[in-house]
Design a binder for this molecule. Sequence first.
Ligand SMILES: Nc1nc2c(ncn2[C@@H]2O[C@H](COP(=O)(O)OP(=O)(O)OP(=O)(O)O)[C@@H](O)[C@H]2O)c(=O)[nH]1
Length: 351
Amino acid sequence: MTPEPNAPKAVATNPSLVVLGFRHQIVYHLHFWALVAVSPLVLVQWNQGHYLLSVILSLFCLNAVLVIACLRWWKIYFLNGWPFVLLAILSSTYSTHINGHAGLYWAYPAAAAVFFLLPLRPATVCNVLFVTTMSAISFRRFPEADFWRITFSLGLTCVFSMVFAWLVGRLKKELVQIATTDPLTGCLNRSQLADILNNQIQMRERYERVSSVVLLDLDHFKNINDRWGHVTGDRVLREATKRVQARLRESDQMFRIGGEEFMLVLPETRQRDAEQLTQQLLVNIATAPFEDDIRMTASAGVTEVKKGDTWSAWLNRADQALYLAKNRGRNCLVSGQDSDPGRKAAAPGLS
Ligand SMILES: Nc1nc2c(ncn2[C@@H]2O[C@H](COP(=O)(O)OP(=O)(O)OP(=O)(O)O)[C@@H](O)[C@H]2O)c(=O)[nH]1
């Protein structure tokens, strides 16, 4: 078995990174095995006097070595598979042109590899052009019966590979969706939380762009479950999520980080604006009843990112603010600044 790059040493928590690692492994294996298969041909073709083909195959091998080295040592993948695809198509068409059937055999793995390396649309376009070119060469080089066989068998290889690549792409999307969202509310779950907060911290450090987080927790939610049952509790959670999401911008992100606890990440939003928004959210939750006669309130801790923050320090400040809001009787927000030790606390309640 080939040694695998980026093999996760610990369990990865970010599903998008898992998908990226999966893609890198496909790329790595394709380049590795293609290198093993093609490198002897460089000498074979040279000895047969096919110098141009030998040079094209050498470039193919060189690209494979570079890709393998970059993935293994620097974890980067350059040019997104294009050199492999172009050189594989070029060498197999040219080889069929000069070597006949001996070159044709290489067209099949090349056509399949295109769908593993390129996104679906460019891969389809590439393979349509490839099959057309191979058909034209076969028409000139082989008897008519062979021309039809080659065209249909190569076309079929492309269709099978395309369907497989399309289904794998759809499966990846669905798995990422399942792994990153909470099934009850549709909010994001914790899996990408650290990465998203770290992105906002980098925006603060590099470009002075200030974001805020809000921790929002429904008050006495246990009473809802105890009195009306868990199914009603679930419906209340979904309705609360809807009310919050209706007020958010598209760039804002809402996580469900505990049973009845949510976190909002508000990019480009300073403390004052985040507090204003949170007050409106608390009013939205408190004013209209849920399920006819269920009254709910929520408490919140709000804090903007500070220079030098780590994501856990930032989140911790919001957590302390939420804790204060609960202690102050609930149905209120507390600013993260107010929760800093030594700072005077703000008045409770909605202002
Ligand atoms: N229906 C439902 N209940 C949940 C879910 N997840 C957690 N809970 C319940 O949420 C309740 C949370 O209770 P607590 O942590 O005591 O919080 P609380 O009653 O809201 O009290 P405060 O937060 O202090 O105001 C528990 O009864 C959990 O069983 C869920 O997905 N659905």
